[in-house]
Design a binder for this molecule. Structure first.
Ligand code: PMV
Length: 330
């Protein structure tokens, strides 16, 4: 009745922004991402017949309000699938800053899905786990499979899941993350997705996303960084153009974000293979071959306003660490 799972957050090379079906998190466009090995969420779910209500603890603190309701809604989905009624205790820990554009909801809902499903005694395929995780947070669908992952939009719930297109050791890329702000973001991505259709640029972004994804996948499978770099940057700038031109306007960047964007472009012109991508926050993910990650990190530390630099390689799939009462998971 208890299970512990770990999952890594992922950084999207082709971004998901906006839903075709907000209730089911069916995305407006397909996306492609890389799991981040150095960052992880570990979550234990214990179903307990003596509990009167679900209890949720994240990073040592009891959670109430909207975050609590999101977890309860997800547990309800698992209870409905398993035909169970017991309430659960959820204890989750992130070993990276929460709410700073590091996609903590992706690893959180991937780990929660896997732990809750196992604790409830269910066995689901990877595709079914990914689709279920998607209902908690869209990008969580991509934190279930290993390595480099593609999430096709899918017309209905069962068809909208992510799958691995290359294992973690396929290409030694690194994400060197420049943290310029650790505070929680003022507008959550959940609210942001709802605003996407208010931007006149969203239609153009969505219409051209499949072509960018195909080009990104080609560059990735060919391990061609020169081809990958401009696609990454164009895709992230298109998403932020949509954000900035939504009503109301969402503006996640700070002055430091722009300084890093300009520096990365300058470094690349000077021969260093590195490209930027940015999620719904001000921090900048610098994607590069692993062999230059130390050089990129050193240069980032020299820029004004960089408070922390995290370096990660390519991560594996979400996995079970422990399961009771059947003993340790394989
Ligand atoms: O899963 P959500 O609702 O937090 O959406 C994530 C959206 C972005 O991180 C901005 C882009 C992406 O594809 O990960």
């Amino acid at each position: 009745m208890a299970a512990t799972a770990e999952a890594h957050p992922n950084i999207a090379f082709i971004k998901y922004w906006g839903n075709r079906n907000p209730a089911l998190n069916l995305p407006a466009n397909p996306s492609l991402s890389m799991n981040l090995a150095a960052l992880r969420t570990v979550t234990t779910v214990s179903f307990d017949p003596d509990l009167a209500q679900d209890e949720v603890e994240i990073n040592g603190e009891r959670v109430e309000g909207r975050a609590y309701q999101r977890v309860v809604a997800h547990l309800d989905r698992v209870r409905a699938l398993a035909g169970r009624r017991e309430r659960a205790r959820v204890v989750s820990r992130n070993d990276f800053p929460t709410g700073a554009g590091l996609a903590s909801s992706a690893s959180a809902f991937a780990a929660l899905t896997l732990a809750a499903v196992a604790a409830a005694g269910l066995t689901l395929s990877e595709a079914a786990l990914s689709a279920l995780a998607r209902l908690g947070s869209g990008s969580a669908a991509r934190s279930i499979p290993a390595g480099f992952v593609e999430w096709q939009t899918g017309e209905r719930h069962e068809a909208s899941f992510a799958r691995s297109i290359a294992p973690p050791d396929y290409w030694a890329l690194a994400d060197v993350i420049a943290i310029v702000e650790q505070a929680h973001k003022p507008v959550t991505s959940r609210q942001g997705h709802q605003l996407a259709p208010t931007s006149p640029f969203q239609e153009a972004r969505v219409a051209t996303a499949p072509a960018r994804l195909a080009a990104c996948k080609r560059a990735l499978l060919a391990r061609d960084f020169t081809a990958l770099a401009p696609i990454l940057e164009q895709d992230t700038l298109m998403m932020h153009a949509v954000m900035m031109t939504s009503t109301p306007s969402l503006f996640y960047w700070t002055g430091e974000t722009v300084t890093i964007i300009r520096a990365v472009r300058c470094w690349r012109e000077g021969g260093l293979p590195v490209a930027f991508t940015i999620d719904a926050g001000p921090n900048v993910h610098c994607i590069c071959p692993a062999e230059v990650a130390g050089e990129v990190e050193g240069r980032l530390w020299e820029l004004p306003g960089v408070r922390e630099v995290l370096v990660s390689g390519v991560g594996g799939a979400a996995r079970l660490i422990e399961q009771e009462p059947r003993g340790a998971a394989p």
